[in-house]
Design a protein around this ligand. Structure first.
Ligand code: PLP
Length: 400
């Protein structure tokens, strides 16, 4: 009898972690490595949020919190959804969890029966398909293309839907492509969904505030109120408030789903960390000035990286609307050779040879279901990014 559960055989280790480990190994050997593979802002949590956490400790907010979240945070989330997204959720529709990831996992666990299908547009954040697989669901990947800005096309969605489709996962702005849907693009996706009442929508809006230029963020339940009752709108403080380590995510959605997630969470973690929840109240209710600072810095960096990678031989690098990633194609580098004679046969070869030759760590697109591409996280200083992009240019120029 195997000790490790069969369900685990369906799970792949995170490809992003594998690259990070390889970069660490090289560093341990004394090599200089620039890692552009991380998924978190390089800014500190704003001071007033940290102060709120300290005050919460001093006030003695250190006991088990309610499973669904402390009432002030559930209120603050409902207000946030109204203020920023025009969504009429009540505080009782809101659940708080230990990170957005926990929300997503419990939403799948609460709803998926064996054979239920989940539509995941590719490229996708690595965790969605693994979560679906752990829960016994079937992933239905729908490819998007660079020509369509890596956005799901309504006709491709229509073709992928079956009577077993339980969820469509939307993630805008996207990890890994940075692509974000406009109001009109979401409306077209919504028109398809309106015809298929069995499909629920899990919208992961965690990068909502990281959009650039004139781009206006929109979320599907706002764009199409007819989908409100079957949408779980997920968000959190990790990216917009530089709070990845605090582990607070939240969502609002239909009452039976929130009730089921409440039950699961009650048997798992109970409520999320009480202190972090008070910090999240300060994040949502306090000054938002840092957002403009984050956005300005990220936009400058995106433009820098897009421009420098656009000049690299064999690369094509579109400029996405948001998040802190770009997702260039290295298709033209496939079949070329490195100076020491290694053939670049795939995006895995590309990122491995790049790391070995120039000490720059990025993640292969195939880990996110789309290749030959690679993901560059630009959550790093301009100096580091310039250095890294010059090295990528030099690596590309060395291929023949
Ligand atoms: N969703 C996406 C698309 C992400 O990229 C991430 C983190 O990398 C998460 C969710 C998880 O966020 P959290 O830190 O709130 O668990």
């Amino acid at each position: 009898m195997a000790f490790i559960a069969d369900a685990l055989s369906r799970v792949k280790p995170s490809a992003t972690i594998a690259v990070t480990q390889k970069a660490r190994d090289l560093k341990a050997q004394g090599r200089e490595v620039i890692s552009l593979s991380v998924g978190e802002p390089d800014f500190d949590t704003p001071g007033h949020i940290c102060d709120a956490a300290v005050e919460a400790i001093r006030r003695g907010e250190t006991r088990y919190p309610p499973v669904l979240g402390i009432p002030p945070l559930r209120e603050a989330v409902a207000k946030k959804f109204k203020r920023e997204n025009g969504l009429d959720y009540k505080a009782s529709d809101v659940i708080v969890a230990t990170g957005g990831k926990h929300i997503l996992f419990n939403a799948f666990l609460a709803t998926i029966n064996p054979g239920d299908e989940v539509i995941v547009p590719a490229p996708y954040w690595v965790s969605y398909p693994e979560m679906v697989a752990i829960c016994g669901g079937t992933n239905v990947f729908v490819d998007t293309t660079m020509e369509h800005g890596f956005k799901l096309q309504p006709e491709d969605l229509e073709r992928a839907i079956t009577p077993r489709t339980k969820w469509l996962v939307l993630n805008s702005p996207s990890n890994p492509s940075g692509a974000a849907y406009t109001h009109d693009e979401l409306k077209k996706v919504a028109e398809v969904l309106l015809r298929h009442p069995q499909v629920h929508i899990l919208t992961d809006d965690i990068y909502e505030h990281l959009v650039y230029g004139d781009f206006k963020f929109a979320t599907i339940a706002q764009v199409e109120p007819g989908l409100f009752e079957r949408t779980l709108t997920m968000n959190g403080v990790s990216k917009a408030y530089a709070m990845t380590g605090w582990r607070i995510g939240f969502a609002a959605g239909p009452a039976p789903l929130i009730k089921a997630m409440d039950m699961l969470q009650g048997q798992q973690t109970s409520g999320a960390c009480s202190i972090a929840q008070w910090a999240a109240v300060a994040a949502l209710e306090g000054p938002q000035d840092h957002l403009a600072v984050f956005r300005k810095a990220f936009q400058e960096r995106r433009d820098l990286v897009v421009s420098m990678l656009g000049q690299a031989k064999y690369l094509q690098c579109p400029s996405p609307e948001g998040a802190f990633y770009v997702f260039p194609s290295c298709a033209e580098a496939i079949g070329k050779k490195t100076p020491d004679g290694k053939v670049i046969g795939s995006d895995v070869d590309f990122v491995t040879s790049l790391l070995e030759a120039e000490g720059v760590a990025v993640v292969q697109g195939s880990a996110f279901g789309t290749g030959p591409n690679f993901r560059v996280s630009y959550a790093a200083s301009n100096t580091l990014l310039e250095d890294a992009c010059s090295k990528i240019q030099r690596f590309c120029a060395s291929l023949s």
